[in-house]
Design a protein around this ligand. Structure first.
Ligand code: MRU
Length: 349
């Protein structure tokens, strides 16, 4: 299985997602500062994967605090978590994982733990292992929505690479294939960072799932021709009313899907929901460097000094989403009421 984030020999070991697909190599982060840099520069990316990397980074930082009195340990640990939290603003899973780590420390200290750093590492590894299990459940829940012979479209990479393993949107596709359904996938290249062309294309090829790469602007034409049965994407943060932030370009796809009567699905773990935000308007949208838009890597295409706007995510209104697929069930026609049941732990149908 593709495992983009691992703990090995006191280091956070990542698949270098900037090197794929030309090179498959691992990056070894021996201190939490290196993990922060890897999150920032997209060596590790995708909301759940960022959350797992953040938890392991926090645990790694805690190793250096061993022996400190509880209050000082907690103060310094919270400081480390704040540094990690500043790496990227949009993916809810990053903050969710760090909150869980801080709560774990509080519980360990309340129980009089002599070695909280060890307990924190165990918790971070649990977050990693749980993520794979959650994705498999998302896959099983979403599988029912996919029909034999479906032609699907996905955007960005919400696959194994974007999680601890297996994937969310691609997890549903893998589960459908495991259930014996014959499916094919159109892969949006996903300008400007090309997560679709580089990462989803690589994953689907590796998994031997029939896939065709298109540029983002071709999706509407394919829908008009009736060549897309369903769209399935991941999410970076979902507000309490179901508005969903995901990779830039997702909103345009959802509008096109509505215009052509194509069901538009979001697959995400419960940890991606932000129940503190009433609507998507509150979701912070990351803006990234101009160089991502003026060219790709060493190739510059725009004139020097060109003004650029580069939001990395957009928000799709819940009204355009046919269903949100979670590990706790499928939320059809998501709205605040149906999602509210999820926050209370009920299974949503
Ligand atoms: O900028 P990225 O590559 O981190 O953006 C990733 C996405 O938008 C994914 O679709 C999202 O995080 C879901 S990953 C399961």
């Amino acid at each position: 299985m593709i495992r983009p984030v691992l703990w090995r020999d006191n280091a956070v070991v990542l698949i270098d997602q900037n090197a794929l697909p030309q090179q498959y190599r691992r990056v070894v982060c021996t201190c939490y500062h290196e993990v922060i840099a890897a999150i920032r520069d997209l060596t590790v990316r995708g909301a759940p994967a960022i959350g797992v990397a953040a938890a392991l980074a926090a645990a790694q930082g805690a190793q250096g605090l061993s022996g400190l009195p509880p209050e000082e340990f907690a103060g310094k640990f919270n400081g480390i978590c704040a540094e990690i939290a500043a790496s990227r603003p949009t993916a809810r899973n990053l903050f969710w994982a760090l909150e869980r780590m801080k709560e774990t420390l509080a519980a360990l200290q309340a129980a009089g733990s002599k070695n909280p750093a060890r307990g924190l590492l165990a918790e971070a590894r649990r977050i990693c292992a749980e993520d794979i299990e959650i994705n498999r459940r998302i896959g099983r829940e979403g599988c029912a929505l996919i029909d034999d012979g479906d032609s699907l479209l996905t955007h960005c990479n919400a696959g194994a690479l974007a999680t601890a393993g297996y994937g969310t949107a691609l997890g549903v596709i893998y589960a459908a294939r495991e259930a014996g359904k014959k499916i094919s996938v159109f892969v949006d290249e996903t300008r400007p960072v090309l997560q679709g062309a580089r990462l989803t294309a690589w994953e689907l090829k590796k998994e031997k799932i029939p896939a065709t790469l298109i540029t983002d602007s071709m999706a509407g034409f394919l829908m008009q021709q009736g060549r897309i049965d369903k769209i399935i994407v991941g999410a970076d943060r979902i507000a309490a009313n179901g508005d969903t932030a995901n990779k830039i370009g997702t909103y345009s796809l959802a509008v096109l899907a509505a215009a052509h009567g194509v069901p538009f699905y979001v697959a995400a773990p419960v940890s991606t929901f932000d129940f503190s935000m009433k609507t998507g308007a509150e979701i912070p949208i990351e803006e990234r460097a101009a160089a991502e838009v003026t060219g790709f890597r060493d190739t510059v295409v725009a004139p020097k000094g060109m003004q650029v706007y580069n939001p990395a995510f957009d928000v799709t209104p819940a009204s355009l989403i046919a269903a949100i697929i979670t590990e706790k069930g499928v939320i059809a026609k998501p709205d605040a009421r149906r999602i509210g049941r999820l926050s209370k732990g009920d299974k949503n149908k």
